[in-house]
Write a protein that binds this ligand. Structure first.
Ligand code: SF4
Ligand code: MG
Length: 330
């Protein structure tokens, strides 16, 4: 069975005042229907850039998809005219963000904004049908007094309510894939759990796949099937969640996990830090991008770029130690 989504060797360049840099370099992964994939990494590691690439919403003209393919059910989204891409956005792939205010229109009522989602993707729907569907969606995403909320403007709602509205808008078109970029970071712990539950209820009933982008490893451990650990624009490691937490391979992943006292305690904590800094984009090492912080670096690490290689079936790491036989020790 071909995957729902296959990202192959994605490369995204950014124009900076120091020249052109590769913000995302050789990122590959697959996603199946109903699967929840976590993408984790420190801020600036390319998580959001990867997500925006899938929607073809990268900021222009500073950024550009340089290489690779984004195959949705076998069709390369990068080949599509922008008009066709607009129909895919929302309908096939929807995205929710950390701060819903940026996604909601401040001068339109909630009711009007949800109805617009239906207009965009179901042009045949009548005005009353759209009203009913919008109302039902607000109820589904757990909004009390949905009828009242329809008449309100975004600034009249709490952060948690706005996030629910945005999820409602994203789910209105029953997307095949929901990309959630730090969807709960700005919310308090209880609301955070409710929002995640909401997303997973929809996953269970519709079979949509979810890409959860976060720096919160606890959130990933609790909610994801697979996980990708990104470092400085590259995929460091990719595995089933249980495998990654029990048998991390990449020195970066190991560092992250070792600095967590216990997973339970980190559920709400930011990604732990390990010594050193992520290199700036304009001074990336030619070899492994992690080399300056790695306590296991080999001779070849400075000059040879490690590619993702299988550690075991469906567990991959971009590290020269894979080839060096380290995997036998694990
Ligand atoms: Fe460390 Fe080398 Fe592996 Fe990079 S490739 S993580 S520098 S051992
Ligand atoms: Mg981000």
């Amino acid at each position: 069975r071909p995957p729902l989504l296959a990202v192959k060797h994605l490369g995204v360049s950014f124009q900076t005042d120091r020249g052109q840099v590769l913000a995302v370099d050789d990122v590959s992964f697959e996603l199946q229907s109903g699967q929840v994939l976590g993408i984790a990494g420190e801020s600036g590691c390319g998580k959001s850039v990867t997500a925006l690439s899938l929607m073809r919403l990268l900021p222009k003209p500073v950024s550009k998809i340089q290489d690779g393919e984004i195959l949705l059910k076998g069709q390369n989204l990068l080949d599509l005219p922008i008009k066709t891409m607009r129909k895919i956005r929302g309908k096939k792939i929807a995205m929710i963000f950390q701060e819903p205010m940026t996604a909601l229109n401040p001068v339109h009522t909630i009711g009007r904004q949800i109805a617009e989602c239906y207009s965009l993707h179901f042009p045949g729907m009548g005005i009353n049908q759209k009203r009913t569907a919008s109302l039902q969606m607000l109820v589904k995403v757990g909004i009390p007094d949905a009828r009242q909320v329809m008449k309100k403007y975004p600034h009249q709602l709490s952060g948690g309510m706005r996030q629910r509205v945005m999820i409602g808008m994203a789910l209105a078109c029953e997307p095949d894939i929901l990309i959630a970029d730090e969807p709960t970071t700005a919310l308090d712990v209880t609301v955070q759990a409710q929002i995640m539950d909401l997303i997973f209820q929809f996953r269970d009933t519709t079979g949509m796949a979810v890409i959860l982008i976060t720096h919160d490893l606890g959130l990933i451990a609790e909610n994801c099937d697979r996980v990708i650990i990104m470092y400085a624009g590259t995929v460091a490691e990719s595995a089933a969640v249980t495998t990654l937490f029990r048998h991390p391979f990449h020195p970066y992943t190991k560092g992250l996990l070792q600095s967590i006292p216990s997973l339970a305690q980190t559920a709400k904590a930011p990604l732990p830090t390990i010594p050193g800094n992520v290199p700036a984009l304009y001074e990336m090492p030619v070899g492994c991008r992690f080399v300056k912080r790695c306590n296991r670096a080999l001779m070849q690490c400075e000059n040879h770029r490690p590619r993702l290689m299988p550690v075991s079936s469906s567990h991959f790491a971009a590290c020269h130690l894979v080839r060096d036989g380290e995997k036998k020790l694990n």
